[in-house]
Design a protein around this ligand. Structure first.
Ligand code: ZN
Length: 301
């Protein structure tokens, strides 16, 4: 019995140690399909994973208040259009990632620095083992079963590696899903393709050109929350301007379940693809007009 335990233990140990940890926030290069290497740990003052435990502007958070602030309209260009240049979706071993082929969609305006533009690198999903806690962000303590992140880098930075070394390097907008009884047919063009990428070594699957048009139902120029945060995966780099859409999009439990059938590199179902909410500390969550604004808790400036 002892030796059987030892065998299981050592097998797990070597299987775990043998893996390259892929950062879902950075994902895999759409061309080479190799994981982006997070080189921030080589930058002075940044140790690998350091900010995950000691950072003060970590993500995700529970969005439980917001301060109404004057902002220009948030602009998204090319995220939801019927895209002739196409999409592919890949199992990274930690999530399902969507790569936009051809020209990158653009994000600008809103809380982003005046005159700056951010181009989309990839989009990916977060979910949990339970429909009650699948999104990373919560709104007033309420989680959704799923959340999608659209990761953008500032266009002036050469690549993702350069961008994650800068405090204004990334802008990510998130959309939280809400559980509903019926399937959302608009999401079928993504959900029904998940069975084509069961494993990390599955070939990327091509999505229909209109696979992302459902975004039009939730993207908003003014109804979103904004706060300064981090990657939600190692090294938890505190370089992200977060924009979380106020409106949610419906999805059924059966549709969410299909994400949990994706396998990791060990061949096990990916049941938890999310990080728990982090302390807000002294950060302020802002919202533009039309957002659900509530008084700030005691002590928040
Ligand atoms: Zn993410």
């Amino acid at each position: 019995m002892h030796s059987a335990f030892l065998l299981i233990f050592t097998t797990l140990w070597f299987k775990t140690r043998g893996h390259v940890m892929i950062d879902p926030e950075l994902g895999v290069d759409p061309v080479s399909r190799k994981p982006y290497v997070n080189q921030i740990s080589n930058v002075s003052g940044f140790a690998s994973g350091l900010f995950c435990s000691t950072g003060t502007r970590q993500s995700p958070i529970d969005i439980n208040f917001c301060i109404r602030t004057t902002m220009t309209a948030l602009r998204t260009e090319g995220h939801s259009i019927d895209r002739t240049e196409g999409f592919t979706m890949v199992n990274t071993g930690t999530t399902a990632q969507i790569n936009f082929d051809g020209s990158a969609p653009l994000l600008y305006g809103g809380p982003l620095p005046l005159g700056s533009q951010y181009d989309l690198v990839q989009a990916h999903f977060h979910w949990g083992s339970s429909d009650a806690q699948g999104s990373e962000h919560a709104q007033f303590g309420n989680y959704g079963p799923l959340e999608i992140h659209f990761v953008h880098k500032k266009t002036t930075y050469a690549d993702l590696t350069a961008a994650i070394a800068e405090p204004d390097g990334l802008a990510v907008f998130g959309v939280i899903f809400a559980l509903q009884n019926a399937d959302n047919p608009k999401l079928d063009k993504i959900v029904n393709k998940l069975s084509s990428i069961p494993n990390p070594d599955s070939s990327p699957v091509t999505l229909d050109s209109d696979a992302m048009v459902w975004l039009d139902d939730v993207l908003s120029t003014f109804r979103y929350y904004n706060y300064p945060g981090s990657l939600t995966t190692h090294d938890c780099n505190e370089v992200v301007t977060w924009i979380v859409m106020h409106k949610t999009i419906g999805i059924s439990a059966a549709q969410v379940q299909k994400f949990r059938t994706l396998k990791n590199a060990d061949g096990a179902d990916i049941l938890e693809a999310r990080r728990a909410v982090q302390n807000l500390n002294d950060r302020v969550i802002t919202c533009a007009r039309g957002c659900l604004a509530t008084p700030a808790p005691e002590g928040v400036p």
